[in-house]
Design a protein around this ligand. Structure first.
Ligand SMILES: Cc1cc2nc3c(=O)[nH]c(=O)nc-3n(C[C@H](O)[C@H](O)[C@H](O)COP(=O)(O)OP(=O)(O)OC[C@H]3O[C@@H](n4cnc5c(N)ncnc54)[C@H](O)[C@@H]3O)c2cc1C
Length: 287
């Protein structure tokens, strides 16, 4: 319950935050919504000597469409994602997933950027951003670089983010007309992390699946991109057999950790079930 002593900094620009990061190095941690970092500090799993609060940096928040791309500031809260008319219309998968994260109080504080950079396989945004083929804009002392969501997550609590960098924005292309999507998440209760979850983005041409992206949450050390499951669907009519083949291919890449949510067999089976449900639901939304 009681965190270690730390020094608090509240920069108002990204460049100020970067220079503080450079100055304090390994001893510093960025503070976003605080709903993963502060719980870890209270348990003394993390004991940063300096907290660099990003909440006063206006340029890190907000959702806008620019040049055919939706640009979401890293400090945008889950609640703001859910309330965004632009996202509801153009990237409804993100809205559906955000509404399944934590609870209203946590969603008022927790940010999309913090959820991504934390690197927890239990978090939902990693699989969602991979399903959406999002690009992450990282800013560091040498300027900006762009990393695809699919290349960002390296291991449990390990990402491609370098210690001197800040995640600035998430860029996602709006859905093409008639794209269907769904996020099916099995959890023990509201506010719990997924036992297993599947994200699906689908396009149909008549009865035939013309494109599919399928990703999985919390059934491996990182969010999983189920490419063989996609191949089991694309170019084929959507039938019980093709859906079962996709679910089997998704289950084949699962490598969950056994814990209080269940053993490996159960979590793997549930990843298959969530994949089936998400495919069926996404297909009904391809209108
Ligand atoms: C009760 C409860 C239930 C929850 N359930 C879920 C759930 O079901 N699904 C889910 O996905 N999450 C869940 N969470 C986690 C929650 O969504 C967190 O808010 C999220 O994981 C981290 O976001 P944050 O903004 O709070 O980041 P913080 O806790 O402030 O930071 C987390 C980490 O990210 C780093 N960081 C933050 N922002 C940046 C940035 N812009 N650039 C670089 N590094 C940055 C920080 O330095 C820190 O290491 C839950 C949390 C609680 C307390």
């Amino acid at each position: 319950m009681i965190p270690s002593v730390f020094e608090y900094h509240a920069p108002s620009t990204v460049s100020e935050a970067l220079s503080l990061l450079g100055q304090y190095g390994d001893g510093a941690k960025l503070l976003a919504g605080g709903h993963s970092l502060l719980p870890m500090m209270k348990l003394r799993f993390a004991e940063p000597a300096h907290l660099i609060d990003l909440n006063k940096i206006r340029e890190l928040s907000g959702i806008r469409e620019e040049g055919g791309v939706i640009k979401i500031g890293a400090m945008t809260s889950e609640t703001a994602l859910i309330d965004s008319a632009l996202l509801q219309k153009k990237i409804p998968l993100l809205v559906e997933a955000a509404s399944l994260i934590a609870d209203p109080q946590v969603r008022n504080r927790g940010t999309i950027g913090g959820d991504i950079t934390h690197g927890d396989p239990g978090n939902d945004h990693p699989a969602i951003t991979i399903a959406l083929d999002a690009k992450f804009i990282l800013v560091g002392p040498k300027g900006e670089r762009t990393v695809a969501a699919g290349d960002f997550f390296l291991g449990t609590y390990m990402t491609d983010l370098q210690p001197e960098e800040i995640l600035k924005e998430i860029h996602i292309k709006p859905f093409a007309p008639k794209t269907g999507s769904a996020y099916c998440k099995l959890k023990r209760k509201t506010g719990d992390f997924a036992t297993a979850a599947a994200a699906v983005v689908l396009q149909m041409s008549g009865d035939v699946v013309s494109s599919a992206r399928i990703t999985l949450t919390n059934v491996g050390p990182i969010a999983l991109h189920a490419q063989a499951a996609e191949q089991a669907l694309v170019g084929k009519p959507l039938t019980d057999a093709s859906i079962a083949a996709a679910a089997a291919a998704a289950m084949a890449i699962c490598d969950p950790a056994e814990d209080l949510r269940g053993n490996i067999e159960y979590k793997t089976a549930m990843a298959g079930e969530m994949t089936k449900r998400a495919i069926r639901l996404a297909a009904t939304r391809c209108k």
